[in-house]
Ligand binder design. Structure first.
Ligand code: NAG
Ligand code: NAG
Ligand code: NAG
Length: 411
């Protein structure tokens, strides 16, 4: 890969212009600097070796992410791999293996978290001990997500965005890139792909009334359907979209604390809704004036569907690699266990070696002769974005383009 200098202060200013014209948002002061404090590029990353300085000499504040990574029976290895790939000492992680998984699997995961020095020292990974029964397509999925959010709100203070992943997801960018690019964003943007045009989904999703046995049984099964159908709601507008979301802390506090009754009312409505994760947060965001203007119509995932779409998206393989990278998306799904494309992502995009945590600017150990650079750690705030962060930057600029950004909100 070619070694190039990234982010001079000038080209950053250029891409920030469209952001600044999004005037209604409470914009943070966006300053054109890189977070990289390092004065010498490491062997692992293609980074700038000088710190670009702007007129004021200030840097945007580094954000923090709170991840939920969930899995089921047989997912321990995959979940561990996703954790290693998205790990950063600046973030928080809740790992949830649903009730289908055995206690010994949960124990195995917890043991791994205890055994890895970095995770033990930064104390930012939690394994949910009391597992939830989760029905695919049922409201127990939303309940489980809200449970993880509540844990994160209670146990971890300083984070900005919540990101929901499963064992069949994988990142396409190092965390340093994500932290770097998001440091320039207003902290109130919620990323959810959504629409109010239901099309075929009106009959398959909005009208049926379902019951999720996961709410009262202890064994997993499918949802069942009531004979009656219901009409579309009149007191609020329904939205639907992708179940992969990146949501802000203030919005999730609004959902979990419930000082306004909307999130609670909608949660009750969604109890009998098929595939509630495709619509719950979307409908809450779009039905409240304080949040409508914060929605960005994208799920930040690269997902490939068959044509016509089947129930599950395609398994991504080596043939999708280039397209995936070009998309600029920070995450992709879905991947079969140990698919060779994951090794390519590790090697080319994350610089992650087998069974190790993906390195970042916080890893200051010597990586010569195959040593793990993350066995010695420095400042978790020392972020060294790679040259690939440009693609993510491009995607974000496109999404926040003044021409299209507003026109795609809650329509
Ligand atoms: C969160 O992640 C899980 C994957 O475990 C997914 O199936 C679910 O629908 C996601 N979305 C929400 C809104 O809970
Ligand atoms: C949201 O944006 C619309 C259109 O730009 C604007 O009219 C409205 O006042 C904004 N609402 C809030 C709460 O800022
Ligand atoms: C995707 O991979 C899984 C294995 O993880 C396999 O069970 C499934 O059949 C694959 N799906 C397709 C559409 O090939």
């Amino acid at each position: 890969m070619k070694r190039t200098h990234i982010s001079s202060s000038l080209d950053h200013r250029a891409w920030l212009l469209p952001l600044i014209s999004v005037s209604v948002l409470s914009l943070v002061v966006i300053l054109a600097v890189s977070h990289s404090k390092s004065s010498s590029p490491t062997a692992d990353f293609t980074v700038s070796d000088r710190v670009p300085v702007n007129q004021l000499g200030q840097q945007p504040k580094l954000p923090g992410f709170a991840y939920l990574i969930s899995g089921t029976k047989g997912d321990v290895t995959r979940l561990k791999r996703v954790l290693q790939a998205v790990y950063h000492p600046r973030n928080y992680y809740v790992l949830h293996l649903d009730l289908e998984a055995s206690d010994s699997e949960r124990l195995e995961l917890a043991k791994y978290v205890k055994s890895e020095n970095v995770l033990r020292d930064f104390k930012n990974v939690m394994v949910v001990g009391k597992a939830n029964l989760v029905t695919y397509k049922g409201p127990t999925m939303i309940a489980s997500t809200l449970h993880a959010v509540a844990i994160l709100l209670k146990k971890a203070k300083d984070w900005d965005w919540f990101i929901n992943l499963s064992a069949s997801d994988y990142p396409l960018v190092p965390q340093d890139d994500l932290l770097h690019i998001f440091s320039y964003l207003p902290r109130d943007l919620n990323f959810l792909e959504h629409t109010s045009s239901f099309g075929w989904k009106e009959y398959q999703r909005a009208r049926p009334i379902i019951i999720d046995p996961g709410l009262y049984h202890s064994k997993k099964s499918g949802v069942f359907y009531a004979k009656e159908k219901r009409s579309l709601p009149a007191s609020f507008k329904l939205f639907t979209g992708s179940e992969w979301v990146v949501l802000t802390k203030p919005f999730l506090e609004f959902c979990v604390w419930g000082w306004d009754n909307l999130p609670r009312t909608l949660l009750m409505y969604y109890t009998n809704f098929l595939s509630s994760p495709e619509g719950y947060f979307h409908t809450v965001v779009c039905n409240h004036k304080d949040y409508q203007n914060t929605s960005v119509n994208h799920d930040l995932h690269y997902i490939k569907w068959d044509n016509p779409p089947k129930q599950h998206p395609m398994n991504l393989t080596l043939e999708h690699f280039d397209d995936m990278v070009q998309s600029g998306s920070p995450f992709a799904r879905k991947f079969a266990k140990d698919d060779p494309v994951l090794n390519k992502i590790d090697e080319k995009l994350l610089r992650r070696s087998n069974n190790r945590i993906a390195p970042g600017g916080w890893c200051v150990g010597n990586s010569a002769s195959g040593k793990d650079p993350c066995s010695v750690y420095g400042n978790p705030y020392a972020v060294k974005p790679t040259v690939n962060s440009k693609r993510l930057e491009k995607l974000i600029v496109k999404l926040l383009d003044a021409e299209t950004f507003r026109s795609k909100q809650c329509k």
